[in-house]
Design a protein around this ligand. Structure first.
Ligand code: UDP
Length: 255
C-alpha cells in the first residue's frame, strides 16, 4: 500500500518514507530502520525477494536520462541515501532525515546481522580474484558467517547463476555489478530469486578486497570522496562530473 503525503513523499510498505528528487526516489531511512526491515524479512522468510539499492547524485542524474534505471529504482524496496549530495539536496528541499546510510557501512552491518541470525550470504560480482579476496576478508572479519556461495560478475549464463544462488539457500545476496547493471539485473530477475533480500553494492568488493582504497578520512570529512575518486582514477571523470551538474540542478532548478 502506498499513500501520497505531499512534500514528505510517500509512505511505503514497512512504513518507509519515500522522497523524490527530480522524479528519482530516495528513502528517508536510518541504518536501524533498514536493519529492522531486513531482520523481519529474513525471520519471516517471506517468499518475496526485497531489493536495496544505494542512491547518490550520479545515479539520480543517470536516472533522468535512463528510464529503465528510473523504473528499476522505483521498484526497489529500500533506496538508501548513500551520497552526501542526496542528503544535502533532500534537506534543502525540506525533507527530514538523520544523515547518510552508506552502502559499504550498511553491507558490513548486514554481514553482522547474517552472522547473528545464522543465515547464509551469497556474493555476486567483481573480477574473479577480487571476489575471492573479498570473501576471504569477510570470513576473517566475521568468523562465524556462512558464505553460501560466490561468483564473479562476468558471467553469460544468467539462469545458471540464479540457480546456483537459489540452491545455495542464502538469505542475503550482495550484488556488485556496478550501476546501472546491478539494478537492471536484480529487477529483471527478482521474481526468480529465492533469497530474502538482495543489495546492490557497486564497487564495494574492490574496497573490501583491498584492490581499491576507500577515500581517506580527510576527503570523507570534507565531503569530497567523489573528487578524490576522480583524481585517483581519471577514468571516472565523466561520471564524476555529474556531481557538479547535480549541485547546479539542485540550486537552480525546482524538483
Ligand atoms: N562489475 C562486474 N561485472 C560487470 C561490470 C562490473 O562484476 O559486468 C564489477 C566491477 O568488477 C567492479 C564493480 O562491478 O567491482 C563496479 O564498480 P564501480 O566502482 O564502477 O561501481 P559503482 O559503485 O560506481 O556503481
Amino acid at each position: 500500500m502506498i499513500i501520497l503525503i505531499g512534500i514528505w513523499g510517500v509512505i511505503m510498505n514497512d512504513n518507509i518514507k519515500r522522497a523524490f528528487l527530480f522524479d528519482c526516489p530516495i528513502d528517508l531511512v536510518t541504518y536501524e530502520k533498514v536493519l529492522s526491515c531486513t531482520d523481519s524479512w529474513i525471520l519471516n522468510n517471506d517468499p518475496k525477494t526485497r531489493l536495496i539499492f544505494a542512491q547518490n547524485p550520479e545515479k539520480v542524474m543517470t536516472s533522468l536520462e535512463n528510464k529503465e534505471l528510473n523504473k528499476a529504482l522505483n521498484q526497489a524496496d529500500i533506496l538508501i541515501p548513500d551520497g552526501n549530495g542526496v542528503v544535502w539536496a533532500l534537506k534543502k528541499q525540506g525533507y527530514k532525515l538523520e544523515g547518510r546510510v552508506t552502502g559499504i557501512d550498511l553491507m558490513h552491518k548486514l554481514l553482522k546481522q547474517a552472522q547473528q541470525l545464522s543465515v547464509g550470504v551469497y556474493i555476486l560480482g567483481g573480477k574473479e580474484h577480487v571476489v575471492k579476496k573479498a570473501v576471504d576478508k569477510i570470513k576473517e572479519d566475521y568468523p562465524n558467517i556462512t558464505i553460501s556461495g560466490y561468483h564473479n560478475g562476468y558471467f553469460h549464463d544468467t539462469e545458471k547463476i540464479i540457480s546456483d544462488i537459489n540452491s545455495s539457500k542464502a538469505s542475503i545476496l550482495f550484488t556488485a555489478l556496478g550501476s546501472p547493471k546491478q539494478e537492471l539485473f536484480l529487477t529483471e530477475h527478482v521474481n526468480k530469486l529465492s533469497v530474502n533480500v538482495s543489495m546492490g553494492i557497486g564497487g564495494s568488493l574492490d574496497v573490501i578486497s583491498g584492490e581499491v582504497k576507500r577515500a581517506p578520512k580527510w576527503a570523507q570529512n570534507l565531503k569530497l570522496e567523489w573528487f578524490y575518486r576522480i583524481v585517483t582514477d581519471p577514468k571516472r571523470m565523466k561520471r564524476g562530473l555529474k556531481i557538479p551538474k547535480f549541485i547546479v540542478k539542485v540550486l537552480f532548478k525546482s524538483h
